[in-house]
Ligand binder design. Structure first.
Ligand SMILES: *Cc1c(COP(=O)(O)O)cnc(C)c1O
Length: 365
């Protein structure tokens, strides 16, 4: 059985006619930069998320940079974030000369644990950047309450959670600022790089739109220092088609996760924690095991692809050595990094394939 980890091929084939038509239309119009599909997509994204403004941009990392710049984060400021995530958030904080301040994670959800946030707040703290990891949103009520009490901005890194819900709100509409990524293997992926920033404040949205195009307020009039971080019109045209079908994709991903839950019942592995206040879009389906090497070997012998998100926590990365964190500082993030394993996850996995993967895992326990 040949199993595909993210199965971008099948995802394309399912909507190929519509997508090819949309691509051809952009090419014929030659409106490659900021064509009409950009504004149309931004309206559709804002509607979907339930927020006022969606500002598309070149990728999730530039979305993080635009959000941080929009929030006025500067050199010397501190931003509290998770040590167990993809590097982009902490990286953009550091790129602005601000300091990423890590706090340990919740052992069940792998999210930044709100109980450790207050003790990390200093007079320099300006923002909290929780990550909606693997498609599930953290305990935003508690995080927002801490932020309010200390006058901090919350920026949700929703790169993996577009479409996820916490209580009655979607990812992107949990806090004053949020971002997502449309990297091809994210739950809603485009055909290259793409991202978006979400907010409800008009001034903030205008500032971020200006920053996205060289801080340009009018043509060749630059009111601030910005960047070139636009989304390509071609990607917007593709995303508009994929967004239309996205609720169906989410439902199918959730069904795949439920089938894994059903077939992977075993005391010696920990399945993804389901928070009843949230709806997970399962960017990844991750299990914890104390014998990751054994499982990896067995999966490889069946030619089943897997991934590790993430093998090294951020506080131990060489690029952050100057922050002076050490092994042992965030014990939960470190343990999870050693035990976590991502199984194939996409809307196209059949129950037979899920049984096959589950069998390969269970037989080596
Ligand atoms: C993918 C990802 C990003 C970065 O998105 P890109 O579009 O690849 O730049 C940021 N944060 C998290 C948590 C991610 O998973």
């Amino acid at each position: 059985m040949k199993i595909d980890f993210a199965n971008l091929k099948k995802a394309h084939l399912e909507y190929a006619d519509e997508i090819n038509f949309a691509i051809q239309k952009v090419i014929q119009n030659t409106s490659f930069i900021m064509g009409e599909e950009i504004q149309a997509l931004e309206e559709e994204l804002a509607n979907f998320v339930g927020c006022e403004y969606a500002i598309t941009c070149s990728n999730g990392t530039s979305a993080l940079l635009l959000a941080l710049m929009g929030a006025g984060i500067q050199a010397g400021d501190e931003v509290i974030t998770s040590p167990f995530s993809f590097i982009a958030g902490a990286e953009m904080i550091a790129l602005l000369g601000a300091k990423p301040v890590f706090v340990d994670i919740d052992p069940q959800t792998f999210h930044i644990h709100p109980k450790y946030i207050p003790q990390a707040i200093t007079p320099k703290t300006k923002a909290i950047m929780p990550v909606s990891l693997f498609g599930q949103i953290p305990d935003m009520d508690t995080i927002n309450a801490i932020a309010k009490q200390h006058h901090l901005i919350v920026i949700e890194d929703g790169a993996q959670s577009f479409g996820a819900m916490y209580k009655s709100r979607k990812s992107g509409n949990q806090s004053p600022l949020a971002i997502t990524s449309f990297f091809p293997s994210k739950p809603l992926g485009c055909y290259g790089d793409g991202g978006a920033v979400f907010c409800n404040d008009k001034n903030l949205a205008d500032k971020i739109k200006t920053l996205r195009i060289h801080g340009q307020s009018k043509r060749y009039q630059h009111s601030m220092i910005g960047l070139n971080a636009r989304l390509d019109t071609l990607q917007a045209a593709i995303l508009r088609i994929k967004l239309k079908h996205y609720p169906d994709q989410i439902a199918r991903r959730q069904k795949v996760a439920m089938l894994y839950n059903k077939h992977l019942q075993n005391k010696s592995i920990t399945l993804p924690y389901t928070d009843t206040k949230t709806q997970n879009v399962y960017a990844q389906y991750c299990i914890l095991t104390s014998d990751r090497e054994g499982l990896q070997k067995n999966l490889s012998s069946y030619e089943i692809p897997y991934a590790i998100h993430y093998p090294k926590p951020l506080h131990l990365q060489d690029c952050f050595a100057y922050l002076n964190y050490h092994q042992g500082d965030f014990g939960i993030a470190e343990r999870v990094s050693n035990e976590i394993l991502s199984l194939p996850m996409n809307a196209y996995l059949s129950e037979d394939e899920i049984k096959y993967i589950s069998k390969a895992i269970l037989e080596c326990l």
